[in-house]
Design a protein around this ligand. Structure first.
Ligand SMILES: [Cu+2]
Length: 657
């Protein structure tokens, strides 16, 4: 646990922050440039002669693999700190490194906003083994480096050293041939090779890995030599011929999914927003916005009249507004560094965007332009902590949530391992509560009694009491998982068998009976019983399968009453429809998957040319049925769409609390 506590606020001891005493930094043999290319977000280039392979060539790593290097012990890796291709701030953080490796952990800022910082951050890697660097803002930007001891060989030839044990930056250390380590390695090769993504337009899915000889170690310390990495990682093919299925019961309105990695012909940057119509589960719109070269659309919200989509561009610095019905571009707003999530406040329709690469939540005026300012005008930046914009001390809020009254906002502060509770009427931060490592998303009860924070790196969820602003529990999603052997035993409280590693979005149902969490490493969906005063309160009561890169979740109305939870995955092109309470008794332990629909299809304003339907992240169901928001549009919106929805929603759906 010493390592864990040491890492609270890890930015303060980052190596790049203050260079340690020692020899001057050496010329890097490989450099990883941060950019916007899906999968290969860190692109490797050879910058000097390596005694080993350097950037792994396509014939070894795979045709689309450009984020892996093999170097010799003592050689140096570079991260250009002012990137020509990137459009906002990034970082390079050592997620994985050999146990007790020199110069680890490491973190550097890659800040495109400041030309004065132009240069290359370097780190010399002396200890053989596996190193994985990530951007800790965009936590799936991966750069892999294997430091290979030339003396270790497999069958007398190349034998790549994964090392004896790897440590994660949160302090967890496991043997390299353990289940957790191999899951992480598998994830690396799925993310960084788009050919390995789960494509539901094909009959089956079977990722393949570089056919290289590797040397790993098991829990007993015994050497595991394989002539081909596939022997350690490859699994049986998954049949997809009957995987797609429309739910029997319709949803109300339309479901928008940010297909963030989809490539279209009319622009250089990736990403579309895809709409599925809930009545027949057909794809009706795919909006690329070539007019504004939309870059990595990540998360969405809508206004009180359900008229526009507010769309963040996470790898850029803009919030884009487009017409929900037609998909027509309306305008771009400067949103600050790496704008991640967007929500309105239910009481005043003001728009709030989390600056994931900075310290603020930026507030914009409502769509109607109330109060004298024009529509969607910049109003103010609200700091979530005292650290300013510096990449080591800023909060880096990611997926915030608002209370149903609009009085409170909570943020998960990825950089500082805290959560901020902001009180709007008081105009002040009410509390800053410690969380686990890399808190990334939040959910809140409809009555604002408690909120939840998904701690990405620790695979836990903090339960926060909103009367006292204290953490009352950590739900451990990997409590019953053996990271070495990979086994999972039933939970002693719920009796259910579950595992959820690297959790992301975690909204609470509009009636406050359940929370659906997308877990990206294990590709699982976990369901927590959020009802108060039960033996199962705030425990996981169900687990469902997801897709690689499981990421986004939001609730929408189910026709006839109740809700669906819609789930999107980054490295797959289907949306999963979860019914968290099929019999409507409030108990979510019978949660089930009722359908899976394809997100690949025809572009509305541009032609799809690659990664069709891929990159599922932000989800938004329209009409908005969360407590607080639903009452507002039911009372005020008189458009034909709103009237149609009012005609089919139940009284409970119109007033859920
Ligand atoms: Cu990034």
């Amino acid at each position: 646990m010493a390592a864990l506590s040491m890492l609270v606020g890890w930015g303060t001891f980052g190596m790049a922050h203050a260079a340690p005493p020692g020899p001057p930094s050496k010329t890097p043999v490989v450099s990883f440039e941060a950019g916007d290319r899906p999968g290969n977000f860190f692109t490797c280039s050879n910058t000097a002669n390596s005694k080993s392979l350097g950037c792994v060539p396509a014939e070894i790593g795979g045709a689309q693999q450009r984020s892996l290097a093999v170097i010799a012990p003592g050689e140096t890796v570079g991260f250009p700190t002012y990137s020509g291709e990137a459009s906002t701030v990034h970082t390079a953080l050592s997620l994985i490194f050999p146990e007790r490796a020199k110069n680890m952990p490491f973190k550097t800022a890659i800040d495109v906003r400041d030309p004065a910082k132009r240069g290359v951050a370097t780190v010399t890697l002396r200890d053989p083994g596996l190193y994985v660097f990530i951007c800790d803002i965009h936590v799936y930007m991966f750069a892999g480096v294997i430091v290979d001891d030339p003396k270790t060989k497999v069958n007398g030839g190349l034998g790549l050293d994964l090392g004896k044990k790897i440590s994660l930056v949160n302090g967890v250390t496991v043997p390299t041939a353990s289940d957790l380590a191999l899951r992480l390695v598998r994830t690396f090769f799925i993310i960084t090779d788009p050919g390995n993504w789960k494509d539901y337009t094909k009959p089956s899915w079977q990722p393949v890995y570089p056919a290289v000889p590797v040397i790993a170690y098991d829990a007993s310390g015994a050497k595991v030599e394989v002539p081909d990495l596939n022997a350690l990682l490859k699994a049986d093919p998954v049949d997809l011929t009957t995987a797609l299925e429309k739910p029997a019961k319709p949803g109300v309105g339309e479901i928008w999914v940010d297909t963030q990695f989809e490539l279209t012909g009319g622009k250089s940057k990736p990403g579309t927003a895809t709409a599925i119509e809930g009545t027949g589960w057909t794809l009706t719109k795919k909006i690329a916005l070539p007019a504004t070269n939309m870059n990595h659309p990540h998360n969405m919200w809508t206004d009180r009249d359900q008229k526009v989509i507010y769309q963040t561009q996470w790898f850029d610095e803009r919030l884009t507004v487009f017409d929900r019905k037609t998909g027509a571009f309306m305008h771009d707003l400067n949103a600050g560094p790496a704008p991640s999530h967007v929500m309105t406040r239910a009481n005043n329709d003001l728009v709030h965007v989390a600056q994931n690469g900075g310290n603020n939540v930026r507030e914009f005026n409502d769509l109607a332009g109330s109060g004298g300012a024009g529509p969607n005008q910049f109003l103010r930046d609200i700091p979530m902590g005292p650290g300013g914009e510096d990449v080591f001390t800023a909060t880096h809020p990611h997926g915030h949530w608002m209370s149903s009254t609009g009085d409170k906002m909570v943020t998960p502060n990825e950089n500082l391992n805290t959560s901020t509770v902001y009180n709007f009427p008081a105009g002040a931060i009410e509390a800053t509560i410690p969380t686990g490592h890399v808190p990334i998303a939040t959910g809140m009860m409809p009555d604002s009694s408690k909120y939840y924070v998904a701690n990405f790196l620790d695979s836990t969820i903090s339960v926060m009491d909103m009367a006292t602003n204290t953490e009352t529990k950590k739900i451990n999603l990997i409590a019953n998982y053996d990271p070495v052997g990979g086994g999972v035993v039933p939970d002693p409280v719920s009796g259910k068998t579950f595992v959820g590693a690297l959790p992301i979005q975690t909204p609470v149902s509009p009636v406050g009976t359940n929370m659906v969490t997308a877990n990206t490493l294990t590709a699982t969906i976990t369901i927590v019983d959020t009802r108060p005063n039960l033996p199962t309160t705030d425990t996981v009561v169900a687990m469902l399968p997801c897709d690689p890169g499981c990421h986004g979740v939001q609730y929408g109305a189910k026709l006839g009453g109740g809700y669906y939870a819609y789930v999107a995955s980054k490295f797959g092109n289907a949306m999963i429809i979860v019914d968290p309470d099929p019999n409507g008794d409030g108990d979510p332990s019978d949660a089930t998957i009722v359908g899976r629909v394809l997100l690949a299809g025809t572009g509305t304003d541009d032609t799809v040319i690659g990664n069709a339907g891929m990159g599922g992240q932000g989800v938004l169901a329209v009409p908005n049925v969360y407590n607080g928001w639903v009452q507002q549009w039911v009372a005020h919106c008189m458009t034909a769409d709103c009237n149609t929805w009012k005609g089919v929603l139940t009284d409970k759906q119109k007033d859920p609390e």
